[in-house]
Write a protein that binds this ligand. Structure first.
Ligand code: XIL
Length: 321
């Protein structure tokens, strides 16, 4: 396996991938790509509440630690994902009951135990993930229900545990959802006014080839105007969003995807340098994408590497910007 240029070396900001520790340890082609093509790593799942804190008295850092070790051995930045989310919450948390103080203690203990464990080993954390609905209202969850001010508190607790980590608010779909975007900008203002530490915005960028260029540009401008670091944290570009079983990834679809990747990368490059935390793809090869596995969309090709882990044409385009 040898190729002379790699995407991570073409940009002044980190190029990341979310990874799966099982594939990393069992699949050589996957590991080679993760090692040579990317210089930042996010755990696709293994730092989430359900996996890292399976029981109230039990933290399981084994897989996260494996990823940290991989990052350290191979000179990669590690981005932490995610401390608080409404999904992939362990059953014991869903069943938790208690007053405000009990809920706060429980969430604080989670955040601080995880953030302290990885202190100095992750450069940043998605502290809160997907807290708003598309209409801009606070998403109903055990967190918003039981701890009204949980977003601000989570950032505060994370900062106490790891004062050097960059703390991100991460969400999806900002481009098509102006009310959600507005809620995020208001959150940033509110936290800043209260001097609660927040350092970055994660735009997941799970988009498809029909995403509107002007929408993407606008949310990037609005995000940049906050002065915070900007992370495109989970980039993938779907080509068959309606999961049409007769779909063929033809030249037109390839071209459309290429244009969209270009737009995203060019828009990111226009962000002031000191705000560029990087672009992270949501896994390595098309076959590893959550669109295939989680959403069961077999004819989806959202990433840079094909089912044989070969570079797709869209890759070369990003290699020679
Ligand atoms: C997804 C993973 O990719 C899947 O493997 C898992 O089954 C569900 O979660 N937004 C996020 C990520 O912040 O954590 C999600 O990851 C994708 C959407």
């Amino acid at each position: 396996y040898s190729q002379d240029r790699y995407i991570k070396d073409q940009y002044t900001f980190p190029i990341g991938a979310s990874v799966n520790p099982r594939l990393l340890s069992t699949n050589e082609a996957y590991r080679n790509l993760a090692t040579s093509e990317f210089n930042s790593i996010t755990a696709e799942n293994h730092m989430k509440m359900m996996l890292i804190h399976p029981d109230s008295e039990l933290f399981d850092f084994s897989k996260g630690d494996e990823l940290i070790q991989f990052a350290r051995d191979n000179n990669k930045r590690m981005h932490g994902h995610t401390l608080v989310w409404h999904n992939q919450v362990p059953a014991w948390m869903l069943a938790f009951s208690g007053d405000l103080q009990a809920w706060e203690n429980m969430l604080k203990n989670h955040i601080q135990t995880v953030a302290k464990h990885y202190q100095g080993q992750v450069s940043g954390w998605d502290v809160v993930n997907e807290a708003f609905l598309d209409d801009g209202s606070l998403r109903p969850s055990i967190w918003s229900k039981n701890i009204p001010d949980y977003i601000a508190k989570s950032f505060q607790w994370a900062h106490e545990a790891d004062p050097n980590a960059l703390l991100f608010y991460n969400d999806y779909g900002q481009d098509g959802k102006p009310h959600k975007m507005e809620a995020i900008l208001n959150l940033v203002k509110d936290l800043q006014a209260r001097q609660i530490p927040i350092h970055g915005l994660g735009l997941q960028m799970h988009i498809n080839i029909s995403a509107k260029n002007e929408d993407i540009r606008r949310v990037i401008e609005q995000s940049t105007a906050t002065g915070l670091a900007i992370h495109f944290s989970e980039l993938d570009i779907a080509v068959n969003p309606k999961n049409d079983s007769t779909f063929v990834f033809n030249e037109a679809a390839k071209e459309a995807q290429m244009q969209k990747f270009n737009l995203v990368f060019n828009a990111y490059r226009a962000i002031p340098k000191q705000q560029q935390y990087g672009i992270t793809f949501w896994n390595v090869g098309d076959r590893d994408s959550w669109l295939r596995g989680y959403f069961k969309r077999p004819k989806e090709y959202p990433l840079l590497f094909d089912d044989q882990y070969h570079r797709k044409p869209v890759y070369s385009n990003l290699l020679y910007p």
